[in-house]
Write a protein that binds this ligand. Structure first.
Ligand code: DON
Length: 543
């Protein structure tokens, strides 16, 4: 899991072959962006549950063209709603007898952003040619690789819904059975798509044969994505959210991610409490965390949405006086009530099917990318002839007002569905900088709303709690998202801790593993330390 070797560069990713592709690129002289783009394309081949061409994501980087004058950048390549999408489309679908239209099948898919995102990043901040960074993925798709145990298991868990779609069934379940663990898995159609992208760049995906395949499939399956939607897709560079924690500064993703704002809010609220090494994993600290999470998610669900469509009151949300006032209401040993902030108490479903990867290169550039199809294998529709799955990101909108989404989030009108709008996200690729602006850590994880609370706990571990990178990741995690008013405890939280938290007034519920963290951190004595979460099946690769 941990690789304490000091090397010129490092990649941590949720799938080992893809991590290796990244360090190969670093060894060939590529920078962290070149490596990140190569890993992104490789994950689209080797980790089909979450790696993708048909999804979207966010990139946060601290990079410089000459590798000296570094600056922090973010790239938003989140999916957008098709032009024909409307605020009530999922309510109408439910009334017509299809309550899962935002999750399964063609209507669930937003216009994919990943190919635009990867290629835009390469063009702006990378140094290598498209072919050099995409070819490793193409070879993995064409020649195949051994089906990992984890993906085999995930295929079996999603089998019933995946078998509904013919091309998906043919690709992943030949003869009706999931490709076996260790069996060579080849994806010739996906290889062809990658070849088009190598040859024509962004147009190779959004225009021409690949785009035609998407449009034909949309028409066949009653989806909304049109040729114009694909041609209109653009990644957007956005101004990062910055805040400080101890002596370090943090750079994270702004809206349409809720991550950066929530992290900044929680950090500020927690700043007024004295905490140190001995507080790690204590019920007292978990309680404080739960309370700052509660406040932050109340804001998230009420105020945030796509900044290109709604006004996100970022200034108000980051206003330190307001945050200090909220923090001042936190009781040391008594839980507040979410009912006063928001209403309702829906269930939370578990799902860990996004993926994050972290890269640091020999020049000190750092890149954090979180990318997703949303649920495992997205909307389960593999585009016939093009070989990739589409996302079900439309469920991240307030798809059915008042009702919880896949992650139990009950969201407001700021996040209503609208044409060409991006759904609000919890993905939080994040970079930690030392006081001189050097990259100290690159962080991120999947996990829906637990992404935000998990990244916060790891940040806290590295900074205020003084934990090692390994312990920051492996420490038992908790999660509160305001609604439901329930404190989720990872299974490894001791029973005695749960008892104290119950005494404080928290309704507690257990969750299996939270997240699949991919961390690279610079340490004083061990140089770069990479940690690929032991909760998942990834690895750290050193260049
Ligand atoms: O953007 C979001 O917030 C979600 N679509 C992320 C989904 C996710 O992390 C699922 N896997 N754990």
């Amino acid at each position: 899991m941990a690789n304490p070797k000091k090397g010129p560069g490092m990649v941590a990713a949720a799938e080992p072959l893809a991590a290796r592709v990244g360090t190969d690129i670093l060894q060939q002289g590529g920078n962290a962006i070149d490596a990140a783009v190569a890993v992104g394309f490789a994950l689209a081949v080797t980790y089909p549950a979450a790696g993708n061409l048909g999804g979207g994501g966010f990139l946060v980087g601290s990079i410089g063209r000459d590798n000296k004058q570094r600056s922090e950048v973010t790239l938003d390549f989140r999916e957008v709603a098709p032009g024909a999408a409307t605020a009530d489309m999922y309510t109408r679908a439910a009334e017509a007898g299809n309550p899962s239209a935002s999750l399964l099948g063609h209507l669930a898919s937003g216009v994919p952003g990943s190919v635009s995102g990867m290629l835009t990043a390469l063009e702006r901040w990378g140094t290598m040619a498209r072919r050099q960074v995409i070819e490793p993925a193409l070879l993995l798709a064409r020649d195949g690789f051994q089906m990992p145990a984890r993906t085999h298991r995930m295929l079996n868990s999603s089998k019933e819904s995946m078998l509904r779609f013919e091309a998906t069934a043919e690709t992943f379940f030949p003869n009706g059975k999931a490709i076996g663990e260790g069996q060579i898995f080849r994806q010739p159609d996906l290889a062809r798509t990658l070849e088009f992208i190598i040859e024509r760049g962004i147009a190779g995906f959004y225009d021409g044969e690949v785009a035609d395949h998407i449009i034909i499939e949309m028409k066949r399956g009653g989806g909304l994505i049109s040729a114009k939607d694909l041609l209109d897709y653009r990644s957007v560079e956005r101004k990062p959210i910055r805040f400080s924690i101890s002596n370090s500064s943090v750079v994270s993703m702004p809206p349409p991610s809720s991550g950066g704002i929530c992290l900044a809010q929680m950090s500020r609220m927690l700043a007024r409490f004295n905490i140190g090494t001995t507080d790690a994993e204590s019920p007292q600290l978990y309680h404080l965390l739960a309370e700052v999470m509660r406040f932050s998610f109340a804001d998230r669900n009420q105020y945030l949405g796509d900044p290109d469509h709604v006004t996100c009151p970022v200034k108000m949300l980051l206003d330190t006086e307001r945050l200090d006032r909220l923090a001042g209401t936190i009781q040391r040993s008594s839980a507040a009530s979410s009912a006063k902030l928001l209403k309702g108490s829906p269930p939370v479903k578990e799902s860990e099917q996004t993926t994050h990867y972290s890269v640091i290169d020999s020049h000190g550039n750092g890149v954090a990318v979180t990318t997703t199809l949303n649920g495992a294998f997205g909307n389960k529709v593999l585009v016939p002839g093009a070989g990739f799955l589409l996302n079900n990101e439309m469920d991240d909108f307030t798809a059915r007002p008042g009702e919880p989404n896949l992650f139990g989030l009950v969201q407001g009108s700021a996040n209503a569905v609208a044409a060409a709008k991006r759904p609000l996200s919890s993905m939080s690729p994040t970079i930690l900088l030392d006081p001189d602006g050097n990259v100290d850590a690159v962080l991120g994880t999947p996990g829906g709303p637990t992404i935000i609370t998990n990244v916060f706990q790891v940040l806290l571990g590295l900074t205020r709690l003084g934990l090692s990178p390994e312990n920051s990741v492996t420490a038992p995690k908790i999660h509160h998202q305001c609604v439901p008013d329930r404190l989720f405890l990872e299974s490894s939280v001791p029973t005695s801790t749960e008892q104290t938290l119950r005494k404080f007034g928290h309704e507690c519920a257990r969750r299996s593993a939270i997240g699949d963290f991919q961390l690279i951190a610079r340490t004083a004595h061990r140089g770069l330390v990479g940690v690929s979460d032991p909760r998942g099946g990834g690895s750290v690769s050193t260049a």
